[in-house]
Structures are given as structure tokens and as C-alpha cells.
Design a protein around this ligand. Structure first.
Ligand SMILES: [Zn+2]
Length: 119
């Protein structure tokens, strides 16, 4: 468990649900901020949204090799983008978060939708 979680569990009201995460209001979570005044409970989606807004969202390191949009995206990255959309994120935000272009991602999503419809 991270230090920020340790601080949050001792200073914030009880965690609203097991799926809530500790979010930073100061956009410096990645910098290791553990100020109790900067910590709030939030859902995964809220946390990702904040990170996208603050420009601190980064996909897991293994994805960074595909910096150029012409390269093929891994299944994991595509699954990650689709999970963001399923969680209620917009295609634009999910595209931005994963580095996949909006047209490409919406194409993938439509393909997935067709796949699911067949089942
Ligand atoms: Zn802070």
C-alpha cells in the first residue's frame, strides 16, 4: 500500500466502497504527495479523469514503445482503452489516455460492438 493510502485511511472519512481509490486534488500524486489536505476518495474513473485533466496520466510503461500512432497497438492497450469507455469515459478521453487516435479507437469500438452482438 502506498503512503498516500496510509495517510488517507487515517485522515479521511471511511472509504465509500472497496473500489474507491485515493485521488490527489493537487495533481502531484505521481510526485509522491501525501498531504492529507490534498487527498480525497474517488472512483477509478474519477482518478483517471483527474490524471487526464492534469496531464499526469500515463499508460503502463510497456506501452510507451508505440509512441507513433502508425504502430500497431497491443491487445492490452486496446482492452485498456475499451475498459475506460465501458467505465463511462468518452472515446476522446480514452484515446488521449492511451495514445490511440479517436477515429481508430471508435473503429475498434464499433468492431467490438459487432463482435459482442454476434454472441
Ligand atoms: Zn499535494
Amino acid at each position: 500500500m502506498g503512503a498516500h493510502v496510509y495517510v488517507a485511511e487515517r485522515t479521511l472519512p471511511p472509504r465509500p466502497s472497496p473500489s474507491h481509490e485515493v485521488c490527489h486534488t493537487c495533481a502531484n500524486g505521481h510526485g509522491g504527495c501525501v498531504s492529507p489536505h490534498h487527498l480525497v476518495w474517488g472512483t477509478r474513473l474519477e482518478n483517471v479523469r483527474d490524471a487526464i485533466r492534469d496531464g499526469t496520466f500515463s499508460p503502463p510503461p510497456r506501452f510507451t514503445g508505440t509512441a507513433h500512432s502508425n504502430s500497431k497497438f497491443s491487445d492490452e492497450l486496446i482492452a485498456h482503452a475499451l475498459s475506460l469507455i465501458e467505465a463511462g469515459e468518452t472515446i476522446t478521453a480514452a484515446a488521449k489516455a492511451t495514445g490511440i487516435s479517436v477515429p481508430h479507437l471508435s473503429h475498434i469500438k464499433q468492431g467490438k460492438a459487432r463482435e459482442w452482438a454476434k454472441k
